[in-house]
Ligand binder design. Structure first.
Ligand SMILES: [Zn+2]
Length: 366
């Protein structure tokens, strides 16, 4: 198939003709191309940088068909590049599917017994095993490893770090030696200093960030994936934590100041990207909601979209719309920056040059 699209290409704001052949974008006309769309807004494929393909909704391991269905929902929402931020199942078979989003894997979550969602991650009885397990997961993943940084400690009744600082430094060094970057689940304040001192590359959630830890992130170029639509479930988590009133109050407070925290991180220059935390308790296909949520933390619509598209792609080593780039983009009838609700109704999703007609959802055009 030879296909032609014309529209305003973001982020450059230029009207362009895109010619798609063999899954690749060209800027030069090609003969006998069929025009799919002649006027619209064309956005590099959206990125959900925290998207657990492989965790069943409600918890547990997803089966193969279920994982495929999750990935299809993401594709149809325009999320064409996913960083899985940990998955309990092997999703490598998805790489053979031309019709499913590209997945950047982070291996399995690494936690300790009773210190994370039960049976989701690898649970280390002895924390001294962390560096070796991190190295192993680094070899299994696609350049990322996920460590659970803090969780409720029921003996204390509040969020507490899972690891001592020296072990974290060894573990993060081990990942870096394998050529992998490390990210960590962190809700509270306390675990952040040790992780940032150890040279971590990214923080998930980061609700406990303070001026000091924000300054450390900015100085190190550490990325933040706040997952705001997941943070919005903190009040429910608190409601269900009756036996732990200190923890419940902590979670409510972290939620209450979450937009302000992200706004401070943005102003300090911390690179921030979209992640929905889909899988488990958040349904797939909600990338548009996370982009909208960023505008509640001081982002312009243009910058919120960039945090989910061109900027996030470049952070993860993927290009946007340029000659020779893979044809992964989304076409909208209106400018999504004037009304981000437009992101819920893409006209066309193009992945590896295959076109999905979203004007009539469920019908694939090719
Ligand atoms: Zn997650």
């Amino acid at each position: 198939m030879r296909l032609h699209f014309r529209g305003v290409v973001l982020p450059g704001d230029e009207v362009r003709d895109l010619w798609v052949h063999d899954g690749v974008i060209g800027f030069e006309p090609i003969a006998e191309a069929e025009t799919v769309h002649a006027s619209g807004w064309i956005v590099p494929g959206l990125v959900d940088a925290h998207c657990h393909v492989g965790i069943k909704y409600g918890g547990g391991d997803e089966d193969r068909d279920g994982a495929i269905a999750q990935a299809e929902v993401e594709r149809d929402a325009g999320a064409l590049l996913l960083r899985d931020a940990g998955s309990p199942i092997d999703t490598r078979f998805i790489d053979d599917r031309e019709d499913l989003p590209r997945i950047i894997r982070a291996g399995r979550h690494i936690a300790r017994p009773r210190r994370y969602i039960r049976e989701l991650g690898i649970e280390l009885d002895d924390e001294r095993d962390l560096p070796a397990i991190v190295a192993e997961q680094a070899r299994r993943g696609d350049g990322w490893v996920k460590i659970v940084g803090d969780w409720i400690d029921r003996a204390v009744g509040d969020l507490r770090p899972l690891w001592n600082d020296a072990i974290l430094k060894e573990a993060i060094d081990a990942a870096h030696r394998e050529g992998a970057r490390v990210t960590s689940h962190v809700f509270g304040e306390e675990a952040l200093v040790g992780l940032l001192d150890a040279g971590i590359d990214c923080i998930e959630h980061g609700t406990g960030l303070t001026q000091d830890t924000i300054a450390m992130m900015a100085a190190n170029g550490t990325a933040l994936v706040p997952t705001l639509i997941n943070i919005d479930t903190f009040p429910e988590i608190a409601d269900g934590a009756g036996k732990f009133p200190v923890y419940a109050a902590h979670m409510r407070d972290l939620h209450r100041r979450s937009r302000e925290t992200v706004a401070l991180a943005r102003e300090a220059g911390v690179p921030i990207y979209t992640g929905t935390d889909a899988g488990g308790s958040i349904p797939h296909g909600r990338i548009a909601d996370e982009i909208v949520a960023l505008t509640g933390a001081g982002f312009s619509a243009h910058d919120a979209l960039g945090a989910s598209s061109w900027n996030a792609r470049s952070w993860l080593g993927h290009v946007g719309i340029e000659p020779g780039a893979p044809a992964d983009f989304v076409v909208y009838q209106q400018d999504p920056r004037l009304d981000l609700a437009v992101l819920n109704t893409p006209s066309w999703v193009v992945l590896r040059g295959r076109v999905y007609d979203r004007r009539d959802p469920v019908t694939a055009y090719r």
